[in-house]
Write a protein that binds this ligand. Structure first.
Ligand SMILES: Nc1nc2c(c(=O)[nH]1)N[C@H]1C(S)=C(S)[C@@H](COP(=O)(O)O)O[C@H]1N2
Ligand SMILES: [Mo]
Length: 431
């Protein structure tokens, strides 16, 4: 995330109230208490039932109306959005996934967040080439047709930009999970295991690192340890069953499961095998974590365990009043599966185990729910994920104690949403 200025972050921090955990009242959730069901609509005399509606009276559009379909016109607000002050120019910019409008674990292709450093490259697949060179027995150049003749696999992975939640280091700032956590998407990829391509070229024993290079105008380049390349990396050409979207690297991108998004080079054109990391811009001046003492953490590749409540959240307030509420969110870890998610309604004093529903896949988003009876009082919602390696998502204060506040990258701290009695929701911190 290139252009965030420190003063912006500081101002943002002071803009929102920091609430102390002396929460008056608090949400009462009596164990085993009967849940207040939603009020059924007043059926008698409802014209939506008694009158014939237009959609029932007139023929609809025929099958030729939309050869490539798009969402309902009533869902036109479900779009990627940006934060105008974050970057100076759209070609080196970011937009965010509308997490509060989605459910399940798969991100639809049209709303996967985009991050590019030099705009979206437009590449005719017939003219695209992928080269493998460096410390290999036989340097190779693949066409897209060549790549599609290697045995392929289908796997679901999240991609998270290391700068996700980066604006929240110094305090609560952006009002919506789309903006605080929307630099993540989760897609089913089809592609060739990178291992097969490297074996085809023949790795020399001194080959320890891989340089992945993009064909866009930024020529994005990152060093990747060879163990990771041989483990679970993929060269992917399909997402959610169809061709990669141009924004996501059409015709081919690198998939680096569980590791920071910057390494997932889009428009992948070259893989060079070397004996040491290259020290490119994106692994020195960017995507490193500056400590208070002036030293920086480098090669912080894995995205640690993290979660966020997507509903309710600032862009998705509670509109139905007290009674039965479906709280929902997502959790993920670059180390593997999510084992457990707990939810707090009172800013982290008491925790309730959430229900994980849907597939639990390693290095993929997990969907969780907590169904409860809201008594209409203020809530301080938090979620805390634990992954299968036992890592527990830290509080923001715990994170700051170790890493200071210079960092933009790798913020996996616990998020708090303040739900007011009127159902409105705000981004806050409790301490
Ligand atoms: N060639 C190329 N690859 C790239 C980038 C880029 O600008 N150029 N951006 C990187 C960054 S910083 C991230 S977070 C991810 C974003 O992937 P997405 O646009 O599919 O969400 O792509 C990475 N791969
Ligand atoms: Mo990124």
């Amino acid at each position: 995330m290139a252009r965030i200025s420190e003063s912006k972050a500081r101002n943002g921090a002071s803009r929102r109230a920091f609430l102390k955990a002396g929460l008056a009242g608090g949400a009462m959730v009596a164990a085993g208490a009967a849940v207040t069901r939603p009020n059924p609509a007043q059926a008698a005399g409802d014209p939506l039932i008694t009158e014939t509606q237009d959609w029932n009276r007139y023929l609809g559009d025929g099958v030729d109306a939309s050869p490539y379909g798009s969402p309902s016109q009533f869902e036109s607000h479900v779009v990627r959005r940006n934060v105008s002050w974050l970057t100076a120019d759209p070609v080196s910019s970011i937009n965010f996934t509308p997490l509060h409008e989605l459910d399940g674990i798969i991100t639809p292709n049209g709303v996967c967040f985009e991050r590019h450093h030099a705009g979206t490259a437009v590449i005719d697949p017939v003219e695209h080439r992928l080269m493998i060179n460096g410390l290999v027995e036989t340097p190779l150049v693949f066409t897209m047709d060549d790549l599609k003749r290697f045995p392929r696999e289908n796997r679901v992975y999240f991609l998270e930009c290391a700068a996700n939640s980066g604006m929240e280091w110094r305090g609560a700032q952006l009002n919506g999970c789309q903006f605080t956590h929307g630099m993540v998407h989760c897609v089913a990829y089809t592609g060739v295991p990178l291992k097969l391509l490297l074996e085809e070229a023949g790795l020399k024993p001194e080959g320890k690192w891989l340089l992945a290079e993009g064909a866009d105008a930024s020529a994005m380049t990152r060093s990747i340890p060879i163990e990771k390349a041989l483990d679970d990396c993929m060269v992917a050409f399909k997402m959610n069953g169809e061709a990669l979207r141009p924004e996501q690297g059409y015709p081919v991108r690198l998939v680096v499961p569980g590791w920071e998004g910057n390494m997932w080079v889009k428009w992948l054109r070259r893989l060079e095998v070397g004996d040491q990391p290259w020290a490119q811009r994106e692994e020195t001046s960017k995507y490193t974590d500056l400590h208070a003492d002036g030293t920086a953490r480098r090669h912080t590749f894995v995205m640690d365990v993290k979660s966020v409540i997507t509903n309710p959240s600032p862009q998705a307030p509670v509109t139905h009043g007290r009674g039965q509420m479906v709280l929902s969110g997502i959790a993920w870890s670059g180390h593997g599966r999510i084992k457990r998610v707990d939810v707090s309604l009172d800013g982290g004093r008491n925790w309730h185990e959430a229900r994980i529903d849907g597939p639990s896949l390693p290095k993929a988003l997990h969907r969780f729910y907590y169904d409860f009876d809201w008594d209409g009082s203020e809530l301080f919602l938090q979620s805390r994920a634990v992954d299968e390696t036992g890592q527990v998502q830290p509080t923001k204060d715990e994170l700051r104690a170790v890493r200071g506040v210079n960092s933009i990258y790798h913020n996996n701290g616990i998020q708090t949403w303040y739900v007011k009695a009127d159902g409105g929701v705000e981004n806050v911190e409790v301490s």
